[in-house]
Structure formats: structure tokens, C-alpha cells
Design a protein around this ligand. Structure first.
Ligand SMILES: *Cc1c(COP(=O)(O)O)cnc(C)c1O
Length: 412
């Protein structure tokens, strides 16, 4: 059969930098009629004049494509770019980040198995843990994200999979990936890391011990909020099982979306460098503002796990969150005053995006579930775009000044 993209040689020392690889990786041999850009292969199937050749491709003896639910050349170019940047052995892709996460978990877990994770995973992932996996007889242990000892103890009680996310969304918590991967491996568990917020520019989980790395490519990888997609990369035997599951469930990435994501990835390193820099400046500015009660950003010295973040990340990412004085009323009055931010549910775009968790990361969760996850009512998630940082800070300053302080409002 046709197989997921795989490259056993991996990336060796002396390879080009991440910026160069973001531009060039995955494109070799995929051009058409000398076009310098990857073609969008909008073709459901691939035809063979020779039945023997067709059979060889079908049996995996020769490289080639048969049907786009399984593999497609544009999709393969995108997959290979991600695999290269994550320094993984193999890769496969999905119609969305949640497609990647759900297919991976259902491919690897069976009734009676146990999975250990954290309370702060992405809202949709958390829904899989509390609503869907238990329905299939899978036991789920969700630990306090900040309590590494508790996570290690839960792993020690035995599990098939350890599922981590760092930084988390929206309170931008950081978990020690190397430490927890080592604990998982001592007990024979597979380690999965959702690397959406960090991107391979800031953090490469494979190097820290992860067996599988997942992305919602919809976010920073694509970077332009115009295409949904998901990726899983890592150990070849695991990726082959996940790919096989996806061939049948059919959550495949569309070639047009793959092209847009691939094009976005060419500027990933530039975007992330700018977003890292601006987010840190903005986090520092917000921390000193009198209308802001708390700022969550791993680059701040005040962040609970700043040291872990410094150890495992090259940059602290483009997402931060902050809580306003004055509760949800203040959030409602503040957000529409921002001139340079889409009030929307996505993150990781070239434009700044802002919103409360109730309509963004945790739109799938109830108010009780959000409170249980320790998400403040007056929290705003702010995904820094590539605009001039001075303009973003002036915009925030202006909107903050106009928020009616809580003490001046009646009944509060
Ligand atoms: C958005 C997101 C997802 C889900 O991705 P979709 O492409 O929206 O399905 C998963 N994990 C994280 C961290 C995300 O931000």
C-alpha cells in the first residue's frame, strides 16, 4: 500500500537551519513542468496505464499515489516540511487539528487502556477525555497541570499513553516535557505532545523524548487563518498505525488546504521570531498596567514555570493571556475597543486575535468546566500578530484606559 511520508535518515547535525528548511524541505521531486512552486494536485485519483506498475504502487513496492483519501502529492509536500522541522521519523496529516488528535487517540487506545493527561489541554481535546474516550471503556486520568509529582504518580500507576501539551491554552502553562517523557518511558507508555502553541521554531518535542508530536496546522504553521489542517509526526511504527486508521476514517487533508499551509510555513521562522519578541514586550507592558490583575506568559520571570520554559524553549511563543479588573463586564467593554485585533476564535495568525476563553479555546466547555480548569472569568487570550509592536501596545493602552474601573460601577 501507499504509506505515510517517512524518512529514516532524519536530520543530521550540520543540516541547514530551521528557516532554510522551512523554505525548502519537502519540495524536492514534487515540481511539475519546471514550475518553481508546488502544484495543487486537485485530483481524487491517480491513473496508471500499466497494471503491473499500478500493482507495485498499491503494494508499496514503488512510490506513488492511488487515491487522495490515502495520499496526495501536495499533501505529501506539506507533511514532509513539518516532519523535517520537527526532526521526526515519519508523518501523516489530517483535515484539522482535532482530526489529528482524535484519530491518534482512537488508533492507539483500546477498551481497558488508561491514558494520563493534564487538565489544561485544548478544550476539544479535553472533551475527548471527559466525554468520548470513557464511552469506549478507556480510563482517563487528568492531573493538575502544574503538579509534576502528581503527573508522575499517575503515570506510575500504569498507562498506555501520556498526552501532554505545552504551553497550554489559554493560561499558557508549561510542563517539563523531558522529565515527564522519561517517567512515561520508564513505564512503557507512548508520549504524545501537542506542539501547536510552541511550533518547531520554539520547541522540538522529539528532542525532549516525545514519541509523537501533534499540530493544529490551522494555527501558527499555516499562519494566515485561511486553512484548517492537522499533523502527527514521530516514530514510524506509531505513525503507520495512525495513518492506517485515518485511511479508513477518512479525515484526510484537502490538497488546497495543504498548499496554503505549505506556503504559510515558508515564513514560519520570520513570523515566530517577530511574535516571540512582541509577545514578551506586550506581556511586560500589561504586567505593569493598573487595570490588569494577572498576565500569563512563560517568558515572564513571574511565570510559575519560567525556568522550565527557558530550558526547553528557544522562544516563548506568540500567545499570552491576561485578566482584567472588573470581571466579564470589563472584558465586554474592553475587547470591541481594540482596533488591531480580530475578536475571533483562532490564534497564531499574522493578524492579532483576541477573545475570552468562553468563545475561543474553551467554547466546547461549560462554565463549570472552565472554572475547574482554573480559567479566570475576566481572562482575555491575546494571540500576537506580526504588526508593529508599538501599534499593538498603543492599541492595548488605549482600550485599557477606556475600560470603566470596577469601583466606579454601581452594584459591583
Ligand atoms: C486549535 C487547537 C487544536 C484543534 O485544532 P483544529 O485545527 O481547530 O481542529 C488543538 N490543539 C491546540 C493547542 C489548538 O490550539
Amino acid at each position: 500500500m501507499h504509506r505515510p511520508s517517512k524518512n529514516k535518515s532524519q536530520n543530521k547535525k550540520g543540516d541547514a537551519g530551521l528557516g532554510t528548511r522551512g523554505v525548502w524541505a519537502g519540495e524536492k521531486g514534487k515540481r511539475w513542468e519546471r514550475a518553481t512552486q508546488i502544484p495543487v494536485a486537485l485530483s481524487v485519483s491517480f491513473g496508471y496505464d500499466d497494471v503491473d506498475e499500478w500493482l507495485k504502487v498499491a503494494q508499496g513496492e514503488t512510490q506513488g499515489h492511488i487515491y487522495s483519501r490515502n495520499t496526495n502529492p501536495t499533501v505529501a509536500a506539506f507533511e514532509e516540511k513539518v516532519r523535517d522541522l520537527e526532526m521526526a521519523e515519519a508523518v501523516t496529516s489530517f483535515s484539522s487539528g482535532m482530526g489529528a488528535i482524535s484519530n491518534t487517540l482512537f488508533a492507539l487506545l483500546s477498551p481497558g487502556d488508561r491514558i494520563v493527561s493534564i487538565k489544561d489541554t485544548y478544550g476539544g481535546t479535553n472533551k475527548l477525555f471527559i466525554e468520548f474516550l470513557p464511552r469506549f471503556g478507556i480510563k482517563v486520568a487528568l492531573c493538575d497541570t502544574n503538579d509534576h509529582k502528581a503527573i508522575e504518580a499517575a503515570i506510575g500507576r500504569g498507562c498506555k499513553v501520556v498526552y501532554l501539551e505545552s504551553p497550554t491554552n489559554p493560561t499558557v502553562k508549561v510542563v517539563d516535557l523531558g522529565r515527564l517523557a522519561a517517567a512515561a518511558h520508564r513505564h512503557g507508555a507512548v508520549v504524545i505532545v501537542d506542539n501547536t502553541l510552541a511550533t518547531p521554531i520554539n520547541q522540538q518535542p522529539v528532542k525532549l523524548g516525545a514519541d509523537l508530536v501533534i499540530h493544529s496546522a490551522t494555527k501558527f504553521l499555516g499562519g494566515h487563518a485561511d486553512a484548517l489542517g492537522g499533523v502527527v509526526c514521530g516514530a514510524a511504527d506509531l505513525v503507520a498505525r495512525i495513518y492506517h486508521f485515518r485511511e479508513i476514517t477518512g479525515a484526510c487533508l484537502d490538497p488546497m488546504a495543504a498548499y496554503l499551509l505549505l506556503r504559510g510555513m515558508k515564513t514560519l521562522h520570520l513570523r515566530i521570531a517577530r511574535q516571540n519578541e512582541s509577545a514578551l514586550k506586550i506581556a511586560r507592558f500589561l504586567e505593569s498596567h493598573r487595570h490588569v490583575t494577572r498576565v500569563f506568559y512563560p517568558g515572564l520571570e513571574s511565570h510559575e514555570h519560567h525556568e522550565i520554559a527557558r530550558k526547553q524553549m528557544r522562544g516563548f511563543g506568540g500567545v499570552l493571556s491576561f485578566a482584567l479588573k472588573g470581571g466579564f463586564d470589563a472584558v465586554k467593554s474592553f475587547l470591541p475597543r481594540l482596533r488591531y485585533a480580530h475578536l475571533a476564535a483562532n490564534l497564531g495568525a499574522v493578524e492579532t486575535v483576541a477573545g475570552p476563553p468562553a468563545t475561543t479555546s474553551h467554547v466546547e466547555s461549560t462554565q463549570e468546566e472552565r472554572a475547574a480548569a482554573g480559567i479566570p472569568e475576566a481572562l482575555i487570550r491575546y494571540s500576537v500578530g506580526i504588526e508593529d509592536c508599538e501599534d499593538l501596545m498603543a492599541d492595548l493602552r488605549n482600550a485599557l484606559e477606556k475600560v470603566v474601573p470596577a469601583k466606579r460601577r454601581p452594584n459591583s
